[in-house]
Design a protein. Structure first.
Length: 259
């Protein structure tokens, strides 16, 4: 368990590091990155970050405050350290000395659905790879999503578009969800902010043969009105029926001991 170094031509330069619980030792390291100054930043599974000079001199040790499940580390050109944890949908940022700066949620990725890995580009953009969904997302340092694309061969392109009419223009399907989830305290503000995403206007911009989809349950006359939900383009109850059959199949496999 050590760190090996090579020249840019691939020539072996040496190795350093020994396993152990001491500050200068490596205790279950899981990821590393090198900053612009050559400082080697190592993330351990228990959340500790250890920073070494290129000659293996220990510079500092700090903890992210998490006891386990650390996943990846990336260092920006400004020295900001970004961390992810396995089966967690957030990116955390820290100053070079370990002071917590903030965290932000990954866009449209479910909790427990990913093992997020990241790298920071030379311009400071944070790239996050969602392993199980074959998606890569690019963020600004404040967590603003800038782009998303899929790595699978079955998807040609994914565009993130803020304007709802532009997003659905000519679309074959319009899929929405509730604008205010159960227990959210900022419901009225969200309802106002998301009013332009209400489906009647968007369905008018979609293709004539477009279908309307919703994962249910829905709030009628909030994200969708009855004319669309119960109209000829709606397939929401077909969706619900399909989920029912899938759930029955999963239960059968579990009860049969095949899961």
């Amino acid at each position: 368990m050590n760190v090996e170094s090579f020249s840019s031509e691939g020539d072996y330069l040496g190795a350093w590091g020994v396993p152990g619980d001491g500050d200068s030792e490596l205790n279950d390291p899981i990821a590393m990155d090198v900053d612009a100054a050559g400082t080697v930043c190592i993330l351990e599974f228990d959340g500790h970050v250890k920073q070494f000079a290129p000659d293996a001199t220990l510079l500092q040790v700090w903890s992210s405050g998490h006891s386990s499940n650390s996943q990846d580390i990336g260092v920006g050109p400004d020295g900001v350290v970004y961390l992810t944890r396995d089966r967690n949908e957030r990116v955390e940022s820290y100053s070079a000395d370990g002071t917590f700066i903030g965290d932000w949620s990954l866009w449209n990725i479910a909790v427990n659905a990913v093992a997020p890995e990241l790298v920071v580009g030379p311009n400071g953009s944070v790239y996050v790879a969602a392993f199980f969904t074959s998606r890569v997302q690019r963020y600004a340092s404040d967590g603003t999503i800038l782009a998303e694309f899929a790595t699978g061969a079955s998807v040609d392109d994914i565009a993130v578009i803020a304007d709802p009419e532009e997003a659905v223009a000519g679309a074959d399907a319009v899929y929405t969800d509730v604008h205010v989830s159960m227990g959210q305290r900022n419901g009225p503000a969200r309802a106002v902010a998301l009013a332009r995403y209400k489906t009647p206007r968007m369905m008018a911009e979609a293709a004539p043969h477009a279908v309307f989809m919703h994962c249910l349950p829905m709030h009628r006359d909030q994200e969708v009105n009855a004319a669309v939900a119960d109209g000829p383009q709606s397939i929401i109850f077909d969706q619900a029926e399909n989920r029912l059959h899938v759930h029955k199949a999963l239960l059968l496999q579990v009860l049969a001991g095949n899961a």
